[in-house]
Design a protein around this ligand. Sequence first.
Ligand SMILES: [Zn+2]
Length: 341
Amino acid sequence: MSPKEQATEQQNHFTLGIDVGGTKIAAGLVDPQGTILYQTRVPMPAREDAAAGFAALESAINAVFAAQPQARDALAGIGICAPGPLDPIRGIVLNPPNLPCWHNFPLADEVQRVFHVCAKIDNDANAAGLAEAIWGAGVGFRNVFYATLGTGIGTGIIFDGRIYHGRTGSAAEGGHVSIDYNGPRCGCGKRGCIEALCSGPAIAQRARTRLAESSTPSSLRELTESKFENLSAEDVAKAFHAGDALAKGVLEATADLLTVWMGNMIDLLEPEVIIFGGGIAQLMSDFFPRMQLELPKWSINARCCEIPLLLAKYGSDAGIAGAAALCRQQPWTVAPMTVRK
Ligand SMILES: [Zn+2]
């Protein structure tokens, strides 16, 4: 078979995308165009031992094969995204707080050994960013900066269809870039990380503080006491969409902080596009024009306003699509430099 024919055949193969979370595993069959053809879910026994965790992963993969038998013989690879920390270069899950069953677990090698197909692992945001770059909102752009806004903030940097991993695979932790050393303490231990300022829980906290400190009328004041204690970013979103001024102010302040951070990211990377995914990206997209307008105050890049801010194509399927995309990464066009130990 000629290299061209080989490449064509490779393109026709399916990939499996497996999204491993703390309570469930989502597994999907993805075609070469990034369309999810089939997906299923199984529970993840994250607090049991390594073998039980791996058995759950195997059962998720086998469930896809059972429903889509054509996939088994035409599989280009199995991609897995899992909570960090992990080593994407060596395919090892290190010691994720949300997956105590796997400690220094060679997940990629194990999957390869059992299923006899190429296996790749990476964290959720890197994987989701890659899926956007090759199949989603980032198609046509060479360099993509991706941010997922949700319970936390994760980022991925994609250069020429490849994830930028850094020296040990720990690069692109943009959610833990601080913009205020006196800011609120982040879960990671640092102060003023953008995650501590603009994640879903941070938006809820900002709303609670404003409700306590101001007398601005707001429908959020009408929430019952127990609901008020558990006030969420979704409550703020609902109020905003109903025209609530306080909720709007909370989201504008969040957008302004994101803009400061985005200016830093642009000055560092100058990506061709910035893509927002995750649970609250849709909500924040109402503020993209505001962010774009304010951006020149926070970036020295004279052409920063030309960089499009886009909403991700993949929503709740970003994990499956991202994991599958790991098997579609572009090969290096030049040999990577040798890593000094
Ligand atoms: Zn942090």
